[in-house]
Structure formats: structure tokens, C-alpha cells
Write a protein that binds this ligand. Structure first.
Ligand code: DX5
Ligand code: ZN
Length: 256
């Protein structure tokens, strides 16, 4: 069962104090830091690139940089981000001409590979081959490009579809996540014919990696928000694990 991971988005932090802003999140219980790289082409904004990430990596020992590449030609930056200390390189499928080769190139540089889909991209854009090769799948719940947008609940079924196809993968959600909106993502389960009870046993629920910028950095007590988000994922997974104990293969309650 993929573990609950909270990845605060530094887009909502004070960029003038970036290393301190990352350090306080790690001290506050976050496992990853979500670094939003924007190039002014794939999305209208420009944020930061490899030189900045390199400084953060140097200034924050042990940081796991979950690098969200909102860029055109994602092939172009693999080496630079690897050299800067990136741990996970997540590219947008809409921007990639050859996703399989790109994933291989990312792995060759010892980074995990993530594949992101924007709100208008169907989950089927992540083919079985791409999904099997990737380490993480990212379902955007806002249009990429800026923080502080409203959560788009219509994207949640894609989390369920991908979870049904890839039970053991890290599935990340990003955009408008907070202690209220996290639940539908963490609990997302596909509305389709139930799998055999044996499969149900190992079936985790929706997303297990939660990105949040505004909700964490804008909070009075960021560690409390991190804990709440983590609890939401763990509770959803615990509920999913209970299912086979409550019902046998015929859908009949055990012990009756
Ligand atoms: C949006 C970015 C997100 C963003 C999330 O383009 O990919 O990571 O920072 O910010 P919030 O949590 O404020 O929606
Ligand atoms: Zn992001």
C-alpha cells in the first residue's frame, strides 16, 4: 500500500527565504517538498529553474525535491535537474513527444519519474506502458500555472481510474488541496464492477501524495495542517483495508 506523503508546494512560500521555508516544512512533518518549475511557455508564469534548486538542495540536507516541470520540451531539463539534486522529475504528458524515452532518461539519472495530466487530459493519456514504467502519476486538480486556485472536483474520477489501474503506484494530486478537499481525493474509488474479493484485499484508495501550497504555507499552524492531510490519507486507506474483513466474496457480512 503506497504510504501517505505530504509535499508542500513552495510556490506559496517566501521565495526570498527558500531554504528556511523548506526546512520548516520538513521539521513540521512533510516528507517531500514540491518545487514548481514554470517556463513561461507551457504555462504563462516563470518561477525557478535548476540553479535555484541546486542552492536549495545544498542548503537543506536530506531534502526530497518533488520537481513539477510545467515546461515545454521536458526532455531538455533532465540532466540539469538531476545535477541540481532533484529526486523526482514529474513532466506533463501534454508536453512530451516520447514519454517512454523520457522516463528512461529520467531513470538513467537516478531520479524517480512522474507523469502529470492537466484538467482537460483524460486518464487514458497515461497508457498502460507509460503508467507501468512511471513511479508516480500526478492528477492536476487546477489548471497548472499558479497557486491559490479553486479545487476542480471534476478531476477526481481520474484519480479513481488511475488507482484502479495502478494499485501500487504513488498517485499525487495538486491544486486547491486543503483539509476539506483532501477527502474526496484520498477516498476516490472507481465506480465500476467490484474486483474479486482477493483483489479487494490489497486495493488502496485514491491519491496518497498530497501537494498543498496555500493551505499549508498560509496556515497559522502548518504542522497541524500537514498532520490533518496525512491523517486523511491514512484513514481512507485504513477504511479500504477493512472492506474485505467486513464482507466475504459474496458480499455477505462475515459472521452472519
Ligand atoms: C499550480 C502548481 C501547484 C500549486 C498548488 O500550477 O502546480 O503546485 O502551487 O498551490 P495551491 O495548493 O495553493 O493550489
Ligand atoms: Zn505543482
Amino acid at each position: 500500500m503506497p504510504e501517505a506523503i505530504i509535499s508542500p508546494s513552495v510556490l506559496a512560500s517566501d521565495f526570498g527565504q527558500l531554504t528556511a521555508e523548506c526546512t520548516r516544512m520538513l521539521k513540521g512533518g512533510a516528507q517531500w517538498l514540491h518545487m514548481d518549475v514554470m517556463d513561461g511557455h507551457f504555462v504563462p508564469n516563470i518561477t525557478m529553474g535548476a540553479p535555484v534548486l541546486k542552492c536549495v538542495h545544498k542548503g537543506v540536507p536530506g531534502i526530497f525535491m518533488d520537481v513539477h516541470m510545467m515546461v515545454s520540451n521536458p526532455e531538455r531539463w533532465v540532466d540539469d535537474i538531476a545535477d541540481a539534486g532533484g529526486a523526482l522529475y514529474c513532466f506533463h504528458i501534454e508536453a512530451a513527444s516520447d514519454p517512454i524515452s523520457l522516463i528512461h532518461a529520467i531513470h538513467k539519472r537516478n531520479m524517480k519519474a512522474g507523469v502529470a495530466i492537466s484538467p482537460d487530459t483524460p486518464s487514458s493519456a497515461i497508457t498502460d506502458d507509460i503508467g507501468a514504467l512511471a513511479d508516480m502519476l500526478l492528477v492536476m486538480t487546477v489548471y497548472p500555472g499558479r497557486g491559490g486556485q479553486k479545487f476542480l472536483e471534476r478531476c477526481v474520477p481520474k484519480v479513481a481510474e488511475l488507482r484502479a489501474r495502478f494499485p501500487e503506484k504513488d498517485i499525487e494530486v495538486d491544486g486547491g488541496l486543503n483539509p476539506k478537499t483532501v477527502h474526496v481525493c484520498a477516498e476516490a474509488a472507481a465506480q465500476r464492477a467490484p474486483p474479486p474479493a482477493s483483489l479487494l484485499l490489497a486495493m488502496p484508495q485514491g491519491s496518497n501524495v498530497i501537494v498543498a501550497g496555500t493551505a499549508i504555507y498560509g496556515a497559522d499552524d502548518p504542522p497541524a495542517v500537514i498532520q490533518t492531510l496525512k491523517d486523511a490519507v491514512n484513514t481512507a486507506q485504513a477504511k479500504a483495508q477493512q472492506q474485505p474483513k467486513e464482507k466475504n466474496g459474496n458480499g455477505v457480512e462475515n459472521g452472519h
